[in-house]
Write a new protein. Structure first.
Length: 341
């Protein structure tokens, strides 16, 4: 198991690119979130370009794309846009970019349909789950933060392309000099697309395996008893058997890196430690709600976007540990509390 290393320690500036292999360019785009950037990868083919992910749709991001279309991308058309998953920092500008360039969208069907559902969601939809969140201890003003998150998705994903080519597990995608096999892995999103190009020892990992930070793994409000963390941990155990350790990992955030197998092990250990912390908090003498656990695990100040992630990720650990029998539910009137088993 090799150590983590970063062959490109200095990222490009926002809107700038860096060539990291022949025909493969690393682009950084800004985000209006605390995680303030997303990595996009541009691959040059004989007749045109393929973009992997699109960033959010903001005036700033459009201006940066326009600069690229008049610069690096000026001599050949953008033929295809591959979107790895439905989160706004990856799919947000897809409709604008496809409309602007004529690029064809390729995306996993589950992820595309999930993006459509989230674009249609309103505060009224959250109201249908109101009792569920109240039972987990959220206050009315915290529910208001949840509603803000729904509005924010539409603000940076104002539209989606009406047509797309579905990517399926096992598909082989050719772009530029690369041929990559598509893998769908759950956890951070329902079926995030990873692209492994074994002949070039490259893995376009999107947000499934990130260096230095842990991908968010959340329980969605429409699937409140779901266990995405269990599936994510299973995928971390599976991925090293598929992808050699010598592979250069191209993540959706932070820096490209070597050391995939060690990073998978570190992420699994991180979640094991989180479960241990949560178990200590689930005191049988004073069992907490999920809402009471959140500020004990996440001590920084949280905006609406971050609060939803913190709550939903805490709930993901609770659901996993309840399935394992490590914690048990305690009913306190309408509230759901949790104690160590």
């Amino acid at each position: 198991m090799i150590e983590l290393s970063y062959p490109y320690p200095e990222p490009p500036a926002d809107g700038a690119t860096r060539e990291i292999a022949p025909g493969l360019h690393w682009l950084r785009l800004p985000l209006p979130f605390r995680l303030n950037h997303v990595n996009v990868y541009l691959v040059e083919g004989e007749r045109g370009w393929t973009a992997i992910d699109a960033g959010v749709d903001t005036a700033q991001a459009r201006a940066l794309w326009e600069g690229l279309l008049g610069g690096l991308l000026a001599d050949k058309p953008v033929e295809r846009l591959i979107v790895t998953h439905y989160h706004p920092d990856h799919v947000g500008a897809a409709a604008w970019l496809c409309g602007r360039t004529g690029a064809a969208l390729a995306m996993g069907e589950t992820e595309y349909l999930t993006a459509r559902v989230h674009r249609l969601a309103t505060a009224d939809d959250l109201g249908a789950e109101r009792d569920f969140y109240l039972r987990h201890g959220l206050a009315a003003e915290q529910l208001g933060l949840m509603a803000q998150r729904l509005d924010r998705y539409r603000s940076v994903v104002p539209d989606l392309p009406r047509r797309y080519s579905p990517i399926r597990a096992g598909d082989r995608l050719k772009f530029g000099p690369f041929e990559a096999e598509a893998t769908m892995l759950p956890g951070h999103s329902p079926a995030q697309v990873l692209l492994h190009a074994p002949a070039h020892d490259l893995l376009f990992a999107a947000d499934h395996v990130l260096p230095q930070i842990s991908p968010n793994v959340s329980v969605a409000e429409e699937k409140p008893e779901d266990d995405p963390l269990g599936r994510y941990l299973a995928s971390l155990a599976e991925l090293p058997a598929r992808v050699p350790d010598r592979t250069l990992v191209l993540p959706g955030h932070r820096l490209p890196f070597f050391g995939l197998h060690r990073r998978c092990a570190e992420l699994a250990a991180h979640h094991a430690a989180r479960c241990a912390d949560l178990a200590r908090l689930c005191d049988p003498a004073a069992p907490p709600t999920v809402a009471e656990i959140v500020p004990r695990l996440f001590t920084m100040e949280l905006d609406a976007h971050q609060f939803w992630f913190a709550f939903s990720e805490t709930l993901a650990h609770v659901n996993l540990m309840a399935r394992r029998g490590e914690i048990a539910e305690v009913r306190d009137g309408s509230l759901r509390r949790w104690r160590r088993a």
